[in-house]
Design a protein around this ligand. Structure first.
Ligand code: DOR
Ligand code: ZN
Length: 432
């Protein structure tokens, strides 16, 4: 079966592409990309006026299976990813049980075989992510984890983190670091600052993140490991990482769309869907992250897709679960707010949301070229739509962007040559 995608504007400067090309897909691979490919009774998709780029790689998602299938499963999470324009996601280990042993990793890999997109497992740093005893890092590496993380929880004990880094470096695995000093964050529910005082809610200071970023830079320097800071959210953290890079520390970091777009002020209506870890920060933090985005300083964009049930988010703000369901809004939010406004371009997006995550996790990310895996998306830059959580493929409807009007939407996702998501004419269909 051959599919010919005609007349699209194709962006992938790493493969020398910027402009109109036809793309021929055969089986799992891209067969040819040329200025014009004549239709020889292939199945044709007309992409006139549409953008074509490699489908994105999200290196920070929570798929909740096993153990919290009411929040999400590998199937529903992967379908949300396909709808959002992703061909691959990395799944955080904070399932029940935690992915601290090969059996849970094998379970995930087994579920991944029938998922809509590729799903890569991340193993935990410590047993049960309690920060006390190291996981079996060697056996996790052998089972195929792409990184180690206790995401959701910090590794509070510096000695344990040091040993984790030494093991991780022996197995050439990056550590994805959830930076939070629990003694400082305690039972905080939002960013500590002007608004937490006004709203009467317990704050989480920027220092809770920054102290751990600083500590782990020191430990990364000592052990030579590749340290990747998860969901970096403050000016101070950014300065620490930038300074560490100038010293040659092997460090990268990611920023989420919600930290680039929202601030702590949004908590004024006590919407539990805006409650997240790390919390939405001050306007100054947000503006500085956007400047870093513009200046090309951000390594990776990632959703931190954290689906929860309606009940988990119910009740008083203080008791609602932390997390935002992000896979189905990330690309459109980034396009609407940053690409359309020319703060970044498509190639910047690909650097942060495809090439770099691929490089960090050592997963195939060749982009668009003949012979490469046909993982691509077709984006309609003109389409106006409203974020409607009822239409989410994810079980997690917890988005603070509900009701937002956006211009630009992912319309088609191909994963390994298969058309897995089709939203032409608003079909919103998963096909695999
Ligand atoms: O908001 C968050 N939710 N932050 C985390 O670090 C964990 C995540 C979750 O697992 O729900
Ligand atoms: Zn997370």
């Amino acid at each position: 079966m051959k599919t010919l995608i005609k007349n699209g504007s194709v962006y992938d400067s790493k493969n020398g592409l910027a402009g109109k090309y036809d793309i021929l897909i055969e089986g799992k691979k891209i067969y040819a990309i040329e200025a014009e490919i004549k239709n020889q009774s292939y199945q044709v998709i007309d992409a006139e006026g549409k953008i074509i780029i490699p489908a994105l790689i999200d290196m920070h998602t929570h798929l909740r299976e096993p153990g919290y299938e009411e929040k999400e499963t590998v199937k529903t999470g992967s379908e949300a990813a396909a709808a959002g324009g992703f061909s691959a996601v990395a799944a955080m280990p904070n399932t029940k049980p935690i992915a601290d042993n090969p059996a849970v990793v094998e379970h995930m890999k087994h579920k991944a075989e029938t998922a809509a997109v590729r799903v890569y497992p991340i193993g935990s740093i410590t047993q049960d992510s309690k920060g006390e005893v190291l996981s079996e890092i060697g056996t996790l590496a052998k089972a195929g984890v792409k990184a180690l993380s206790d995401d959701g929880n910090p590794v509070m004990n510096s000695e344990i983190m040091r040993r984790a880094m030494e093991y991780a470096s022996a197995f050439e695995l990056p550590i994805i670091d959830h930076c939070e000093d629990e003694n400082l964050s305690q039972d905080g529910v939002m960013h500590e600052g002007y608004y937490s005082t006004i709203f009467g809610l317990k704050g989480i200071p920027a220092a809770a993140e920054e102290i751990m970023v600083a500590r782990d830079i020191v430990l990364a320097e000592m052990t030579g490991i590749h340290l990747h800071i998860a969901h970096l959210s403050t000016e101070g953290s950014l300065n620490l990482v930038k300074e560490a890079k100038t010293r040659g520390v092997n460090i990268t970091f990611e920023v989420t769309p919600h930290h680039l777009l929202l601030t702590d002020k949004i908590i004024e209506d006590y919407n539990p869907d805006a409650k997240v870890h790390p919390p939405l920060r001050s306007k100054r933090d947000k503006d500085i992250l956007v400047k870093a985005l513009k200046d090309g300083e951000i390594d990776v964009l990632a959703t931190d897709h954290a689906p929860h049930t309606f009940e988990d988010k119910l009740g008083e703000f203080d008791y609602a679960a932390f997390g935002i369901s992000g896979l189905e809004t990330a690309l459109a939010l980034l396009y609407h707010n940053f690409i359309k406004t020319e703060i970044i371009d498509w190639d910047d997006l690909l650097r942060m949301y495809y090439y770099k995550p691929g490089e960090i996790m050592k997963i195939e990310s060749e982009g668009l070229k003949a012979g490469a895996r046909a993982d691509l998306l077709i984006f309609d830059p003109e389409r106006e739509w409203t974020v409607d959580k009822k239409k989410f493929k994810s079980k997690g409807k917890n988005t603070p962007f509900a009701g937002q009007k956006l211009c630009g939407k992912n319309e088609i996702t191909f994963v390994g040559g298969k058309l897995v998501y089709d939203d032409r004419g608003g079909r919103n269909e998963i096909l695999y």
